[in-house]
Design a protein around this ligand. Structure first.
Ligand SMILES: [Zn+2]
Ligand SMILES: [Zn+2]
Length: 269
């Protein structure tokens, strides 16, 4: 696979192999106007020297992040499961001190809010193997957990039109799930509200003597774009049963939250 422009990164498929020379040139020359790799200011690939992490465009307009790893080179780095569905990636440290002001770390911490893809590459001889697009699912003190951006949600296509539609739908649904797994924001939402189900008004604790509630990201997935930003007002709090029902309607009929809420409340009236 030959990368000629920054945009080519977005069409890589897991398993594609890129030479180290090619990726190095793309990164260096994306910054150089009039070079053969130049594709505009918004496609400049930034980095700080020798860190193995790059980002396309500066925050808040970052379009994607590139991570090139050698599993095991940092203490926490490496796959966290046999299925290779998630990868632990250490924050960058200088003299063993992690600064969250450092851009390389900021693009990781900010990913759950902006949802740009993280392109993960692992080393193999003089090439980089593309492992796929990832999202930050958990932020720990010294590392982040990267989880696959697109799990196996793509069903059998019947024709090109459906294929495209289904692909977009699945991508949006995954984005939705990613939003709900964003620990930091979900925590804020839960801290700021009473724990009453927004649909059935039940209080889990009254019935089960356990304090429990789930956060649902109610933004219509048809309006999602790669630039979508998560906001605490975008969430409602739901009991697990109502939440499950909402997701089933979303996936089955593509209904929006307000519509589903009205339907379920009518059913239970
Ligand atoms: Zn409920
Ligand atoms: Zn939900």
């Amino acid at each position: 696979m030959e990368l000629n422009f920054t945009d080519n990164l977005f069409s890589l498929n897991p398993g594609d192999v890129v030479t180290k020379r090619n990726l190095f040139d793309l990164i260096q020359f994306s910054k150089v106007q009039d070079s053969e790799y130049w594709s505009g200011d918004s496609n400049i690939i930034n980095n700080t020297p020798q860190q193995g992490i790059n980002w396309i465009g500066d925050l808040p307009d970052t379009k994607g992040v590139l991570i090139k790893t050698r599993p095991g080179s940092y203490k926490e780095d490496g796959w966290s499961d046999d299925n290779q569905s998630s990868y632990h990636y250490s924050f960058k440290a200088r003299n063993n001190v992690i600064s969250f002001k450092e851009k390389a770390n900021q693009v990781l911490i900010s990913q759950p809010q902006h949802l740009y893809p993280i392109f993960l590459f692992t080393e193999s001889g003089d090439t980089w193997v593309y492992e796929g697009a990832f999202s930050v699912s958990t932020i720990e003190d010294t590392y982040v957990v990267l989880s696959r951006y697109m799990p196996n949600l793509i069903a059998e296509p019947t024709d090109e039109y459906n294929k495209q539609q289904h692909y977009e739908g699945s991508k949006s649904y995954v984005t939705h799930l990613m939003a709900e797994r964003n620990g930091a924001i979900v925590k804020k939402v839960k801290q700021s509200r009473e724990w009453i189900c927004d649909i059935c008004n039940s209080i889990f604790n009254d019935k089960y003597k356990v304090k429990y509630i789930e956060a649902h990201h109610k933004v219509p997935i048809s309006t999602y774009s790669s630039q979508h930003k998560i906001n605490i007002n975008d969430f409602s709090l739901l009991c697990p049963n109502c939440h499950k029902a909402v997701h089933i309607y979303m996936r089955k009929d593509g209904m929006e939250y307000d519509e589903i809420r009205r339907l379920l409340q009518r059913e239970n009236a």
